[in-house]
Design a protein. Structure first.
Length: 232
């Protein structure tokens, strides 16, 4: 299971970016910069936490203009609070040139505190928490976005073997990585959600959990839980 993070010197380093989302005339998706900062930080926080890190610092690269900095950092701070983290924020703003579209990049740095052992597929059940959403859908369907508080709660559930944020490449792509089966095809994944659709800013995530712990997880997630099975 290779994650999109760097492990180095007892640290976990995760990153994400956002482009053409913001308040500029050329942006494809219109959103205030606090929301942009929130969802950019959300992805990096989830990746870091899922990989066993405890985030403590964020590096923000802002190409949306100096006036956007305060709102962007407010969004990062809100995401960190919801994820149960305290992070210091540093970064830089491009002020030499004005861009026609908004762009933001964030790096999240955490201490490597949790390690998950490999598991046998026969011992676990899979599921999806949240729904894959992208672009305007993210703002239109907030009730379908997996909450960061819930992500943190699930990390503590006994019997959890792996937790895996879903990004722009979709559920099927991430299931290949989670299961360690690079040959896994979308048609072998039985799920009521679209397994090929982008999940944008990690609006959903995958879990692998021991079979006898599944009922407790379902109660915790309620309607946000969708079962997923692999049939080869």
């Amino acid at each position: 299971m290779k994650r999109d993070v760097i492990y180095a010197n007892e640290l976990v380093i995760a990153a994400d970016n956002s482009g053409s989302v913001g308040e500029k005339p050329g942006d494809t998706v219109k959103a205030d910069y606090e929301t942009v900062g929130y969802f950019s930080a959300r992805v990096a926080l989830m990746e870091c936490l899922a990989a066993g890190g405890e985030p403590f610092a964020a590096v923000l690269q802002n190409f949306a203009g100096e006036s956007a900095w305060r709102e962007l950092t407010a969004g990062v701070e809100r995401a960190a609070r919801e994820a149960g983290c305290t992070v210091d924020i540093t970064g830089s703003t491009e002020t030499n040139f004005v861009m026609g579209e908004s762009a933001v990049s964030i790096v999240m740095i955490g201490r490597h505190l949790r390690k998950m052992s490999p598991f046998d597929e026969k011992e676990v059940c899979y599921g999806v928490i949240g729904k894959p959403l992208v672009g305007p859908e993210v703002l239109a369907e907030p009730e379908s976005v997996a909450p960061l508080q819930l992500f943190r709660q699930i990390l503590q559930v006994e019997g959890l073997r792996s937790i895996w944020p879903v990004g722009s490449k979709g559920i099927a792509y991430e299931m290949r990585k989670l299961s360690g089966n690079e040959e896994l095809q979308a048609e072998n994944i039985h799920c009521s959600l679209d397994v090929s659709k982008s999940a944008g800013p990690a609006t959903c995530f995958l879990i692998a959990i021991e079979t006898d712990a599944m009922e407790k997880l379902k109660e915790l997630c309620n309607s946000l839980y969708t079962p997923l099975k692999i049939k080869l």
